[in-house]
Design a protein. Sequence first.
Length: 452
Amino acid sequence: MTSTFTVINPATAQPIREIARADVAQTDAAIARAVTAQRSWASLPPVARADALRAFARVVEAHVEELAQLEVLNSGHPIGSARWEASHVAQVLNFYAGAPERLSGQQIPVAGGLDVTFHEPYGVVGIIVPWNFPMTIASWGFAPALAAGNAVVLKPAELTPLTAIRLGELALEAGLPPGLFTVITGSGSVVGQRFVSHPDVRKVVFTGSTSVGTDVAAGCARELKPVTLELGGKSANIVFADADLEKAAAAAPGAVFDNAGQDCCARSRILVERKVYDRFLELLEPAVRAWRVGDPADEGTEMGPLISASHRSTVAGFLDGANVAFRGSAPEGDGFWFAPTVVLAEPEDRIAREEVFGPVVAVLPFDDEADAIRLANDTAYGLAGSIWTENLGRAVRVARGVKSGVLSVNSHSSVRYWTPFGGMKASGLGRELGPDAAEHFTETKNVFFATD
């Protein structure tokens, strides 16, 4: 008898449906089908793979509202955000549909012959997706991997599998060959671990916690298997005295409370130059109190619930002994609700150093540029961050000094599918998105033709 797990609506705490939990044998069978499908897929002319990905994108575009409603139900994302996420999947597919015809190698001048390189697909790629952005993060892996000629076996998080399952169905509706893009549901300790250990899975992509990512990397190292890791974050939002304070304060809630703070790019530390620290907090408070938390199906909602009761308890634990400055509001009753919270912190406080992954932000003062850079880097993580200043020279200096993979000046933008994304330090290995992502799903083969 097949084991199952229950998917819960986080806004109501009510069950949605039972989902099959795959075992090792079922995982191995999916990988075997992927091996067969990949051989045929890789042999297609590049234009045929490009056309297939564009067809997949068109089918996703036709189902944006359906996918968005599923994400509202399963993940508690506000409907406006969920529509953006579903549309983003189609855009990522369209973008990487241009990659098959552009994965050209090089002709390298050598003595005595001709030397050329080829970008060869790995074969089967295993992708492990987290629960916070189930659709978008899945597409960052499967679109460039497929474009490069690989097959994909994708494991969604147990908490949020519904949109991934539907994307797998839509891939077949679009005409992708059976076995080429397989969504398999189950636990990380079984399905995810099998991706790591199975010899026919030649690359693993993992997004999730740093602790689990470290285990995935260690397992892949034992198999000499390449891995891309996008892990945690404790990103700094640095506000200098010469910044447009009104604009910086108005933008700050969206940078940390979007998706209820369940975002590795969340600017969960606001570093404010001491001379404007009090004024910034005065401007921040009404912006936080105005942040609209409620029914994710409501068009006006800006923030939904946390993903689970256990995660809500984890987030609440960070407030034990914390100096809470002010909070917004959240619904009461059923659902995993949590009010947006602003904490005044010291650099050594747990809340200023560890990833909360919830709608909680720590505010700390700094004295000058050097102090801002020091505080921004005073964390194990290095994923994202923002710098608010009207001084271009300062923006350049601080951006070069902060150890983060993605930074924005006078903005909180982190993700564009046409620019690279990824972290430094404990925030991960490798890069996703951008013009080179498909190449990262290939190995370079060098061939020398002797002519003498």
